[in-house]
Write a protein that binds this ligand. Structure first.
Ligand code: 5AD
Ligand code: SF4
Length: 460
């Protein structure tokens, strides 16, 4: 295969992103890495000289979904070839990491397979694929840290974006029984604080007002600090909060075990740190928490939530739950319902346990039958929905800062996010996009709130 024959400046790249926010960030960075090669974004695979499918392996039928999408991309690649245009097809992300060889044998028209730790090597892989005319696979965990080799981020994931993700930590050493992440993303590693701060300043310079720090275990962050000491997430948040123009900070995803005193205290000390925390607990049963290797019991989670709420009384919580982990009894499941009732979540994600190849729970003999999982999931989701509706209903009548990020639903409206990540629409001028404005919430719609602007808050 030749490198796409179009002149350098007009090469087009289309990235398809599935899965978590970290994949959204990774896709943006892969785009950055390829920009010096002349690749600019394309709207569709049909018009792209290179297509990257950035995949997720966390739950159900991940591989089948990839192969079905690859089948679609193969047709496009063939059609383009008939028209004399080459297409480089790359599969990235966690399915690539876990199933690299399988992808190359089942989909030989794929040119590049790369894991999440190797995308700084993409330009070289593109060149190798073009030279050798064969497939290139890079799924090692290289000794070098990819962040040391990436060019400066070019800013928000969407041009003109007001909110952005910033990866500060990657990988996980927790080895929860059900989870594939420690195998696909590798061991825990943190970026140096100075590099995170530089990237954040760059983003803010380009108009970003809210940054969400990302990590599989973001609160285990322990990066080299500019003062020669190791910084925890609290130290990093304190430093980020000093960047002029950065109005809001969030971080996700956290493990209850890594929620240290300094981080709890940061919720009290930093107004920019939004009062909304995603803190997955997975189950309310001590027996299941043990089987899941979570390293804490339900009482520890409850007391952690108490301490967080004492530090930041307006804090709202979100969580992840798994129903039907091997060995889960009706009593275990009821303990989960009880925990949800006691804590009260603003929102939560719940999933049926899905065996992941190579993980400890996948071979367990005491699997929960599918219909039981279905029934438990429905009950849990009904309770969560009830709590979410109650939380949103309670926002009606409140006045809260909304960060406007774009146009609203209807003409003349602008749309943004509340501190609790609720979508809010209000009549207002487009000039307010990128600013935080006080809004009185007036009504709750199916998936959003509407309100009226109170006053403008200018940014330095
Ligand atoms: N089955 C079901 N849910 C899973 N999760 C992770 N692995 C699995 C699995 N094998 C869920 C957890 C985690 C979220 C990102 O996905 O709840 O917090
Ligand atoms: Fe997976 Fe999170 Fe457990 Fe790590 S802490 S193994 S990422 S569920």
């Amino acid at each position: 295969m030749n490198l796409p024959s179009s002149p350098i400046a007009s090469r087009r790249l289309h990235v398809i992103t599935w899965g978590c926010q970290m994949n959204v960030y990774d896709s943006a960075r892969m785009t950055d890495v390829l920009r010096p090669l002349g690749y600019a974004p394309a709207d569709s695979a049909e018009t792209a000289d290179m297509v990257i499918l950035n995949t997720c392996h966390i739950r159900d039928r991940a591989a089948e979904k990839v192969f079905s999408e690859l089948g679609r991309l193969r047709v496009i690649k063939q059609a383009r070839a008939e028209a004399g245009q080459d297409t480089i097809l790359a599969v990235a992300g966690c399915v690539a990491q876990a199933e690299g060889r399988e992808i190359l044998s089942r989909a030989p028209y794929v040119d590049i397979v790369l894991g999440p730790q190797t995308y700084h090597r993409l330009p070289e892989m593109v060149a190798r694929a073009a030279r050798a005319g064969g497939a290139v696979i890079e799924t090692d965990f290289p000794a070098e840290q990819k962040f040391d080799f990436l060019p400066d981020a070019t800013g928000p994931q969407l041009p003109g974006g007001v909110t952005a993700f910033l990866t500060v930590q990657e990988g996980c050493d927790k080895f929860c029984s059900f989870c594939v992440v420690p195998y696909t993303r590798g061991a825990e590693a943190s970026r140096p604080a100075a590099s995170v701060l530089a990237e954040a300043r760059l983003m803010v310079g380009q108009g970003v007002r809210e940054i969400t720090l990302l990590g599989q275990n973001v609160n285990a962050y322990h990066g080299d600090g500019p003062d020669g000491r190791t910084w925890g997430l609290a130290g990093l948040l304190h430093a980020l909060a000093e960047i002029p123009g950065l109005a809001r900070l969030r971080y996700t995803t956290s493990h209850p075990r890594d929620m240290d005193e300094a981080l709890i205290e940061a919720h009290a000390a930093l107004p920019a740190l939004m009062p909304f925390l995603h803190l997955p607990v997975q189950s309310g049963s001590d027996r299941m928490l043990g089987a899941m290797n979570r390293g804490h019991d339900a009482a520890a989670y409850r007391s952690l939530v108490e301490r967080l709420r004492a530090a930041r009384p307006d804090l709202a919580l979100s969580s992840d739950f798994i129903v039907g982990h091997p060995g889960e009894t009706e009593a275990d499941f009821e303990a989960t319902l009880a925990l949800v009732r006691d804590i009260g979540f603003a929102q939560a994600f719940s999933f049926k346990y899905s065996p992941r190849p190579g993980t400890p729970a996948s071979g367990a003999p005491n699997a929960v039958p599918e219909p039981v999982k279905d029934e438990r999931l429905q009950r849990l989701q009904a309770l969560i929905r009830e709590q979410q509706d109650a939380f949103n209903a309670a926002s009606v009548g409140m006045t809260m800062p909304v960060l406007f990020t774009g146009h609203g639903r209807k003409p003349g409206q602008i749309g943004g996010r509340s501190p609790y990540l609720q979508a809010v629409h209000a009549a207002g001028s487009e000039t307010l996009i990128g600013t935080e404005v006080m809004v009185t919430i007036e009504a709750m719609l199916t998936n959003s709130l509407t309100g009226t602007l109170l006053r403008e808050r200018a940014f330095a």
